[in-house]
Design a protein around this ligand. Sequence first.
Ligand SMILES: [Zn+2]
Length: 272
Amino acid sequence: MSDSAPVFYTADTEQVCCCLCGDAGRPVYDLPPYGVRRCSNCTLVFVSPRLQSMALSRFYDQVDYFEGGVYGDQSRFSPAMVLQRVWTAGRLGRIAKARNGRRPTGQRLLEFGSGYGLFLGAARDAGYQVQGVELSRPAVQVSVKQGLDVYCGQLVDAPLTGPYDVICGWDTLEHVPDPLAVLRRIRELVADDGTVALSTPYFSSLPSRLLGQRWWTLKPAEHIWHYTPYTLRLLAASADLVVTTMIRSPVSPANLTRLDSLVVLLRPARRK
Ligand SMILES: [Zn+2]
């Protein structure tokens, strides 16, 4: 984060409970003005106190939010951009496999948290009809300039009409105010034979367990929910979704080099 990153105080924060159980949780780490807590019922980890939504919007509107703006200029060479392209290709391949090789041409794909539109552009090139949702205004402006259809705001507020064949969110579910509401909205929007694909850091990963509160992905201002394979399955089930594939390997192209992240494919649990 740059020197221009906003500073937040206790007045910008709010207390929250587990989105599944309503439990206030027990403290795991104390990182003023934030706290990391674990639900005493389902074990889901969440940040409370956390930034209120107004403060959060200010945070994502920083032009350099996405790794110092590196993803804004896609013509510039950078190792981070090369890795993004490997993940994008790996993830499109995984989605195609989950869909039994059905051709993307004409299928509808929605990405929530579409950032600067790198994945969305690649999905469009692959033949999907794409739409995005993104909270960061500078990122939406870059996407729109590339001719992408992106709504600026939260998924639960976006005026979308399903069904979508594919809905994906890369490193987004840990940022949203209410992940259960997001997954339930996804279930409403995805086709009965559709595919949902997510990636997210996980709290039970080796780096998290070894490094504790020094884990580089803890970032309590922005990562406000922390999952494990168990709590992610639980959350999905509460939204009527079933996990079909869970990739933890850092050598899988969809998750290359990432020791602390999961790539997850899901499908509707039953027809509506
Ligand atoms: Zn809970």
